[in-house]
Ligand binder design. Sequence first.
Ligand code: LLP
Length: 394
Amino acid sequence: MSMTFDVEKLANIPTPFYYYDTNILRQTLDAINTEVSKHDNYFVHYAVKANANLKVLKLINEAGFGIDCVSGGEIEQVLKAGFPASKIVFAGVGKSDWEIELGLEKGIFCFNVESIPELEVINEIASRLNKVATVCFRINPNVGAHTHANITTGLAENKFGIDMQDMEKVIRLAQSMTNVQCKGLHFHIGSQILEMDDFIALAQRINQLQDQLEAAGIRIEMVNVGGGLGIDYDHPLENPIPPFSDYFAVYEKHLKLRPGQTVHFELGRAIVGQCGALITKVNYVKENAIKKFVIVDAGMTDLIRPALYDAHHKIINLTATHIPHSTDGQLCYDVVGPICESSDVFDKDITLPQTKRGDLLAILSAGAYGEIMASSYNCRQLPKGYTNAELLSL
Ligand code: LLP
């Protein structure tokens, strides 16, 4: 099943806005649950940084997922959506004191700790609050991922995590503290990864580290492998479900677990990416000597990925009258927004059916890192998000 658009209903909503197809989201969640249910020790924590829309979060919670937060604001939002605190993992390289206090007071599952100074502060705050903080250490595995430079995180040059060679020392330090309990290891090598070899390299690195720790007499209870599985931005309608079986099979085959160990995953994009589209209206079509521009009412303030990462999102015209599957009447356009920046371009030289003022376009695969990264630059309003269920009641 691919994403569906009820154009008549969509046309009643002021543009631009995000549209979430809950059928695609449910199908995606089911596909993950099918894989995860083959293992009683696999747990998926949805990375809420990808999309914190309450309606989306509620469906993910209903499907039984845990959650991965990176700020106090995210913790508050997921609690509002009904996630139990006991399923929250809390990561981030620069947690503020109030965020640590919030995590401790709510009783979250674990803190992913990224440095010794952070560990010391967590121990201090936990001791003041008379609590014991469960911690995992985020390790920088120095594994490169084949993805955009701005979204690789597992290299020594990146700011994230603790070096592998320091792990033994850090775990010993944690063991000597009264108000932290070390449960395991946390990794994340980057995002939009489609080459399974990258995840295999991570699994092998984890095995190496576990052997090393075991030789030093250190046993851990859990391994968190982070997220990063990518989606098909080129063919979202034909291929809406990411390759979950290949992804989980990598860990089943390559990760050497000790008895009783649990494996935790922090998928974001792969869960919500394909269920969302940014719907925008064409304000003008303008032509110069070499180009035809479709100027839409959405801009980089609504979806910043093309401007920030050179990301490609497929664009379709929902209202043009054209003969399906025919290339007759197709023209070449740049689709651009109204913001006063030359990087405010959604795509260049793409083929669309002849497009006119008032047409509705859908910018696909925008469910992840779309609505949540919107800004109010140029004093623009933040885009709202609607689900198909809400459209029915409009
Ligand atoms: N875990 C950690 C520690 C992370 O840093 C991230 C993403 C995830 C999990 C989820 O990764 P995912 O499964 O979604 O790939 N704004 C960028 C992506 C930034 C990703 C940041 N960290 C984009 O629009 O492509």
